[in-house]
Design a protein around this ligand. Structure first.
Ligand code: ADP
Length: 338
């Protein structure tokens, strides 16, 4: 990108300038100290030379000494000039690489942001295009009756719901970014999981899915709203990607200073090649080969990961295609001890 090329050059020049200012200041100081020291050291000789002025040998010696002194000063200046020239070349090379290293993570973050904006715009445009096409076709249809108009409105409403889901997910991502400050307090895990379960209960009932729970009474220090969101996403996925009449396990256990929540389903599982990507924004595993088709934008797990990161926790997944998935969340336990 052009903006980065400019910044790269400017930063490299800036690093070079700093190195040169230091080097020149150092050289001037070194030159002054050296000449002062030599003059101070020769102070006694100078006095004798002045007292014995007129003596041809002393005058000759004095001339010789002065010439040598001038030559040495000239040599020192030349050496310092070489030294600064070498520093100039070294600082140009170092500045080039240093500025590249400095800008690399910023460039990567900006690339990711641009990709995200492009993906989001694409996802937002799809339902809008569908709505526009349907409306345009309907406007051209002079003999449209009431039930056809209602069907069109229903279809438009569906697209609007999709847009709402997407914009909500985008808002959540923006709200939970790394700079977000949340007020953390004690959150009792069994309560929050039951609350999350209630949000997806109707979907689970529809699919006749049974839950088996094993809860230890543990609290964590966290953002209640965020943690609720996290478990809704994971439970919703577990149900969404499970076949009818299957079983899902939720376990809360402790391990040292950590609380561990495990959500295990016996659903379609995730292919090993998809596993490294499922926490990426807009990533969806290829479901075309699966009978279980599910709605979504591939944003749920990236929101989940963002929430876990905000809690300095860890989220991991083990999964086998066709067998099921187990998501494990590790969070710091809430303790009253300081
Ligand atoms: P989506 O909206 O597509 O569910 P997510 O970010 O929540 O988006 O999940 C990303 C992808 O990870 C999903 O498209 C799906 O392929 C896979 N996935 C997530 N959870 C599960 C699960 N419990 N079982 C199988 N696949 C899952």
């Amino acid at each position: 990108m052009n903006i980065f090329k400019n910044a790269h050059t400017k930063l490299a020049l800036f690093y070079m300038m700093i190195a040169m200012v230091v080097s020149i200041a150092f050289s001037i100081a070194l030159y002054n100290i050296s000449t002062n020291e030599i003059n101070r050291g020769l102070g006694k000789q100078n006095k004798i030379a002045v007292q014995m002025r007129g003596n041809p040998i002393i005058d000759e010696l004095e001339n010789l000494r002065q010439t040598q002194l001038d030559e040495s000063a000239e040599k020192l200046r030349l050496n310092l000039l070489y030294f600064n020239f070498i520093i100039l070349i070294l600082s140009a090379v170092a500045g080039y690489f240093l500025s590249k290293k400095t800008l690399e993570p910023i460039e990567e973050a900006m690339d990711a942001q641009n990709r995200f904006t492009a993906d989001a715009s694409h996802e937002l445009r799809t339902p809008l295009t569908a709505m526009r096409t349907e409306i345009e076709v309907a406007m051209r249809d002079k003999g449209m009756n009431l039930s056809e108009a209602k069907a069109l409105l229903e279809s438009n409403l569906e697209e609007i719901s999709k847009l709402e889901i997407l914009s909500n997910a985008l808002l959540k991502l923006a709200k939970n970014d790394a700079s977000a400050t949340k007020e953390f307090r004690s959150v009792f895990l069994p309560d929050i999981i039951v609350e999350a379960y209630e949000r997806i209960e109707s979907l689970a009932r529809e699919k006749n899915i049974q839950f088996e729970n094993s809860f230890q009474e543990i609290a964590v220090l966290g953002d209640r709203e965020g943690l609720l969101e996290l478990f809704v996403i994971l439970l919703d996925n577990a149900v969404k990607y499970s076949p009818k009449k299957s079983k899902i396990n939720i376990d809360i256990e402790e391990s040292g200073n950590d609380a561990i929540v495990k959500i295990t389903d016996r659903g379609i599982g995730i292919k090993a090649s998809d596993l490294p990507n499922i926490f990426n924004r807009f990533y969806r595993a290829d479901h075309s080969r699966n009978k279980e088709k599910a709605d979504g934008y591939g944003l749920g797990l990236s929101i989940a990961k963002q929430i876990v990161d905000l809690h300095n926790g860890k989220i991991t997944v083990e999964s086998k295609s066709g067998k099921g998935s187990e998501f494990t969340i590790r969070l710091s336990k809430y303790t009253t001890e300081k």
